[in-house]
Write a protein that binds this ligand. Structure first.
Ligand code: OXD
Ligand code: MN
Length: 588
């Protein structure tokens, strides 16, 4: 399929190590993919679902010990530990290669080696980057075929270039003691062993599009971010684009596919989804910041996805989707998960592959991290700019976390550096579901803590530097918090579609349409500038949502200072100054 010497040499080398019985190049044709689906159903790797109700849909169950990304076994293997920084696990490259190759040795024996050429971004875009993933799992091939642009056309486009990322995935025997997801950014290389769960094996996603790409972005003056991208079409027909970074499980997919509240729909507002997880951001010829979504599909969390919470995501799963670790309803061979509706199936198989009765069982049927892999094209609100090789121009950047107190519903940073400071200070309180403990605060700068492929101190510097390149044309930076609670622990803000009310304020601020109130942390809305028409939120609630408690913020500043210490001399002076200025303003 290619005469690219570098590609062929690497494939030969890997072949010698993993020792496959067969080698198959993935050409991207529907014919080949269909054959693979048939084969996976024969071996039990996948289950074909009801093709009338769910055309083109399949179900896969992972091993019980292999259900999520494995951060503690994820490594950045740079020449020096300093390059990986204090927030990443590090291993010296030679040691890592030796260890991984010895685990991978002969692991394809009796199996087929699939070679997937793929592109992150549309081939003709200057944003895009090419990768080649070798895998022994058909599930991985079929997921990559949804999540990325794959096939021979990618190799044709690559030609003889050496600008591509190597990815080797070996399922081995899914031994969690020997599970590693390792990145070699200096070699543009990724190796993942002993897992077959999407997040660890769809190497185009977190591994390439965030960890490797963030490293490349620093060298090449762009940003690879854990951000959704959405377009807000206003009643006058104009569409403005924003990017937003939230830690995992803070509702990124829901915001990306938001359905406007009725009063907004009537006025003519529309939301267009460009991406739900990753944004690559470059400075365009016009000096503004432009974004593409390098992916081609959604790898979304199923539980909680319903007609009510995210009709667009649900619609995206209605065809050509691979479900992982959800419930199989035996009555009509469809799928179910907690939060889909209030009608769990009685005759079903749970994510573990056991008989399960949703009416009587005390156990959950779907794994809390069960997933759907759906083509972006299925999304009813997919932006017409989704495939635009130029991307979309970004008017605002939003950072968000999950905080019961402290952070107001929304505030605008004073300027770029102040916004970078806000992003670096994102933190979230754990929910019972994630850790068993409620309210434990964890820092997650720019929601990139698990995904930054180099020293986060240098990453902050790169952000500061990007602001310098952008100058006057830099997007404004905002922080939001949908999760503030009242004294009974109830969320005050309704969230979901109503978040558009906050986005509207953000756009108006970008267009210099309205004033705002200056506070020590930034600008907050004047109460009358958030449209509450059609909600049950009172002015008093809004006051509470926007309250800045000076004592809590003093505690917050102290907490940020402590957190910053881990970056030692890598912390940019600009962020030290921002923190000092915040402290001074809080004392006033
Ligand atoms: C994801 C994550 O799967 O952020 O997107 O964990
Ligand atoms: Mn994510």
């Amino acid at each position: 399929m290619t005469s690219n010497k570098g590609v062929l040499k690497w494939i030969e080398k890997v072949k010698q190590i993993v020792n496959p019985d067969f080698v198959v190049w993935i050409d991207g044709s529907e014919f080949q993919l269909e054959k693979l689906r048939e084969q996976a159903c024969k071996t039990g790797e996948m289950v074909k679902l009801n093709q009338e109700k769910l055309p083109g849909c399949y179900l896969h169950r992972t091993a019980l010990n292999d259900v999520a990304r494995t951060e503690s076994r994820t490594f950045i293997c740079t020449k020096t530990k300093d390059e990986a920084g204090p927030t990443n696990n590090w291993c010296e490259p030679k040691e890592a290669y030796d260890k991984l190759y010895s685990i991978a040795k002969n692991s394809y024996k009796g199996k087929t080696m699939y070679i997937i050429p793929y592109s992150m971004g549309m081939l003709e875009s200057k944003f895009s980057k090419i990768g080649i993933e070798i895998t022994d799992s058909i599930y991985t091939v079929l997921n990559m075929a949804i999540m990325t642009r794959i096939g021979k056309k990618v190799l044709d486009f690559l030609g003889n270039s050496d600008d591509w990322v190597k990815g080797l995935h070996c399922s081995c025997d899914i031994n969690e003691e020997k599970r590693y997801v390792c990145h070699f950014p200096e070699d543009k290389s990724i190796i993942s062993v002993n897992s077959a769960y999407g997040g660890n094996v769809l190497l185009g996603k977190k591994c390439f599009a965030l960890r490797i790409a963030s490293f490349l972005g620093r060298k090449e003056k762009w940003l690879a971010e854990h951000m959704l991208i959405l377009g807000i079409q206003k009643p006058n027909g104009e569409t403005k684009y924003i990017c937003a970074a939230f830690p995992s499980a803070c509702g990124k997919t829901n915001l990306a596919m938001l359905i406007p509240p009725e009063v907004y729909r009537k006025k003519g507002y529309k939301i267009w989804c460009v991406g739900d997880d990753i944004a690559w951001l470059r400075i365009g010829k016009d000096g503004r910041l432009w974004a593409i979504n390098p992916e081609n599909g959604f790898f979304g969390v199923a539980p909680g996805t319903s007609k009510k919470s995210n009709q667009n995501a649900l619609a995206s799963t209605s065809s050509n989707t691979i479900f992982t670790n959800v419930v199989q309803n035996l009555k009509d061979n469809t799928v179910w998960w907690e939060g889909l509706d209030k009608n769990p199936p009685e005759n079903a198989i749970n994510w573990k592959g056991e008989q399960w009765n949703g009416k009587t069982s005390s156990e959950k049927g779907a794994h809390p991290n069960s997933r759907f892999t759906s083509p972006a094209k299925n999304c009813p609100c997919l932006s017409s700019e989704f495939d635009n090789p130029e991307g979309v121009p970004i008017s605002a950047i939003i950072f968000g976390g999950r905080r019961a107190q402290t952070t107001p519903l929304v505030y605008e940073s004073f300027d770029w550096n102040n916004g970078v400071f806000a992003g670096s200070a994102i933190s979230s309180e754990s929910t019972a579901a994630s850790t068993g403990k409620v309210g434990v605060l964890s820092h997650n700068p720019m929601a990139m803590m698990p995904f930054c492929g180099y020293n986060m101190g240098d990453y902050f510097k790169h952000w500061i530097q990007m602001g310098k390149y952008l100058g006057e044309k830099a997007p404004k930076i905002f922080s939001v918090n949908w999760f503030r609670t009242d004294k009974n622990g109830k969320f005050i803000w309704p969230g979901f579609g109503d978040n558009l009310r906050v986005l509207e304020w953000i756009l108006k601020r970008c267009e210099k349409d309205i004033d705002a109130k200056e506070t020590p942390i930034g600008y907050i809305p004047n109460i009358s500038d958030i449209n509450l028409e059609g909600t049950s939120v009172s002015q008093e609630d809004l006051n509470k949502l926007l309250e800045i408690n000076i004592d809590l913020w003093k505690k917050e500043a102290k907490n940020i200072k402590e957190f910053y210490q881990i970056f030692e001399n890598k912390l940019p002076d600009e962020l030290k100054v921002e923190l000092e200025n915040l402290e001074k303003r809080l004392e006033k």
